[in-house]
Design a protein around this ligand. Structure first.
Ligand SMILES: Nc1ncnc2c1ncn2[C@@H]1O[C@H](COP(=O)(O)OP(=O)(O)OP(=O)(O)O)[C@@H](O)[C@H]1O
Ligand SMILES: O=P(O)(O)OC[C@H]1O[C@H](OP(=O)(O)OP(=O)(O)O)[C@H](O)[C@@H]1O
Ligand SMILES: [Mg+2]
Length: 303
């Protein structure tokens, strides 16, 4: 590290050390051109080509590190972020941050779930019962909004086993596929919070140089996510169904139409689509006479 890159001038980004968000967080930063190697034993990874340090920590610590201005940026699930914000606000601690954008991974929901044999009608069925959760603040906010009084059972992990272990009557935990609930003889009754990973910035004012680097990273994140959501589509189409074919391409504006050699009845279409092209649409396209349909991933996008 050179003098002009002393630690206070380097941008500090907190990411999850190991868990559901860690690989996707690293992949996103690498796609943004940040070059680094992670040593599993080390808390910090220095980027080789930009004044950026990655701090690899437990996800629960990331919102607090950003809110206290210890790090400049953090990649975190909205569930953990919101939980920490409610906690800090209730304690009168600083809970300010800026959400730069939602990301395209870490999709899950915080839900209420009860044992399969539980006769659940609505959240009122939980009145007076004990609920196990790692998210006491989000649960309290939801139950207060419904006017339901319940008892807490705070567990940092293994929440789904609590009812079977006789620790609680129901749970409030993260769900994605629902496989963990099913494996534990539980069923989901109500979604109380929907979550994605997001990138947040500390509210502490930054130097111009650091803010410029944050803006550059954010612009690249936008480009990476737009590219991941988009496809490059090439196909051949009969001229008489051209308009119908173009109308079927999702989110494709002003596609390029090119003549084909020795074939005046058909043209080539090149289009960038804002969504994937599903098999059903491809089948519709072939029914309209389209052929040589290619759907390709886009690596980068800008402008
Ligand atoms: N099943 C899931 N599918 C997708 N995203 C999930 C899933 N479960 C959790 N997440 C998201 O990933 C985040 C991290 O989940 P993980 O299970 O790795 O956390 P953890 O066990 O608390 O990790 P840590 O050791 O860092 O505290 C969650 O807070 C949530 O935002
Ligand atoms: O609905 P599903 O697809 O089954 O996912 C839900 C599970 O995923 C998360 O745990 P994870 O597997 O990350 O392990 P952890 O309990 O160690 O955090 C979450 O805490 C649930 O237990
Ligand atoms: Mg955690």
């Amino acid at each position: 590290m050179t003098d002009n890159q002393s630690s206070s001038q380097r941008l500090r980004i907190a990411i999850q050390k190991s868990g559901r968000l860690s690989k996707d967080s690293q992949k996103l930063l690498k796609s943004c051109g940040v070059k680094f190697n992670v040593n599993e034993q080390r808390l910090i990874a220095h980027a080789d080509n930009m004044p950026i340090d990655l701090l690899r920590v437990r996800d629960d610590d990331i919102p607090g590190l950003v809110m206290d201005g210890v790090v400049d940026l953090g990649i975190i699930g909205e569930n953990v972020l919101e939980e920490e914000q409610i906690e800090r606000e209730s304690l009168g601690k600083d809970a300010a941050y800026t959400k730069l954008r939602q990301l395209d991974f870490g999709a899950c929901r915080l839900s209420l779930a009860v044992p399969n044999e539980f006769d659940y009608r609505d959240s009122g069925s939980l009145e007076g019962l004990r609920l196990a959760t790692s998210y006491p603040n989000l649960l309290r906010r939801y139950m207060q909004s419904k006017g339901i009084v319940y008892k807490d059972c705070m567990l940092k992990g293994s929440v789904e086993v609590a009812p079977r272990a006789g620790l609680a009557d129901g749970i409030c935990d993260l769900v994605s596929t629902g496989a963990t609930l099913e494996a534990n003889g539980l069923y989901e009754t109500e979604v109380i919070f929907k979550s994605m990973a997001c990138i947040i910035q500390s509210s502490v004012p930054q130097s111009d140089a650091k803010q410029a680097l944050i803006d550059k990273i954010l612009s690249r994140v936008n480009g990476v996510i737009r590219a991941r959501e988009s496809k490059y589509i090439l196909l051949h189409a009969p001229t008489d169904t051209l308009n119908e074919i173009v109308a079927l391409l999702p989110g494709a504006e002003n596609p390029t139409v090119l003549p084909l050699n020795d074939d005046t009845n058909r043209v080539a279409i090149h289009a960038v689509s804002s969504e994937d092209l599903f098999w059903d649409t491809m089948e519709e396209l072939t029914k309209l006479g389209a052929s040589s349909i290619l759907v390709m991933p886009i690596e980068k996008m800008m402008g």
